[in-house]
Design a protein around this ligand. Structure first.
Ligand code: 4NP
Length: 170
């Protein structure tokens, strides 16, 4: 595929401070490990505006760091209608997010891009990434495990579907 036209992946949750920024950070790291940055662009956003401008939740950052994933410098933002136009894959964490993202698709043009992230999970369970915000530390660890294996499977899907090199040597 052409290098100029990057595949744009947007992860979405409610606040953009726990699940979707973790998915962005983990997936970006996987893309970098494969040397595929020239092919894939990664971003995240929240459906709600409460935490816009804030860094990721400290509990999520600590969990990510424990697993060698940095969330340094990330800032929460809210999804906008233009995201539906520009992204190629809009991967949402739960069914509320699915509903809320589709609300922005007023003309019904972009719905085909919006999918539950856990459709790519080899063990999809409920197909939703549980919201860890009001729970204890084990919830953040569970989110990490789900996000990690699903991000790995999604990258394999992209490589196959778009015929990307499995690994680019630097
Ligand atoms: P996230 O988690 O959607 O994974 O970022 C949440 C963050 C904040 C809130 C809920 C969930 N909140 O109610 O403020």
């Amino acid at each position: 595929m052409e290098k100029e036209k990057k595949i744009r992946v947007l992860f979405v949750c409610l606040g953009n401070i726990c699940r979707s920024p973790l998915a962005e950070a983990v997936f970006r790291q996987l893309v970098k490990e494969r040397g595929l940055e020239a092919y894939i662009e990664v971003d995240s956003a929240g459906t709600g505006a409460w935490h816009v401008g804030e860094p990721p939740d400290r509990r999520m950052r600590v969990t990510a760091e424990r697993h060698g994933v940095s969330m340094e410098g990330m800032v929460a933002r809210q999804i906008s209608p233009s995201d539906l136009e520009t992204a190629d894959y809009i991967l949402v964490m739960d069914k509320d997010n699915l509903h809320d993202v589709l609300y922005h698709d007023r003309e019904g043009k972009w719905g085909y891009k919006v999918r539950l992230f856990r459709e790519f999970d080899p063990h999809p369970g409920s197909y939703q990434v549980p919201d860890p915000y009001y729970g204890g530390p084990e919830g953040f660890e569970e989110v990490y495990r789900i996000v990690r294996r699903t991000a790995e499977a999604f990258l394999e899907h992209l490589i196959e579907k778009h015929q990307l090199p499995a690994r680019v040597k630097s």
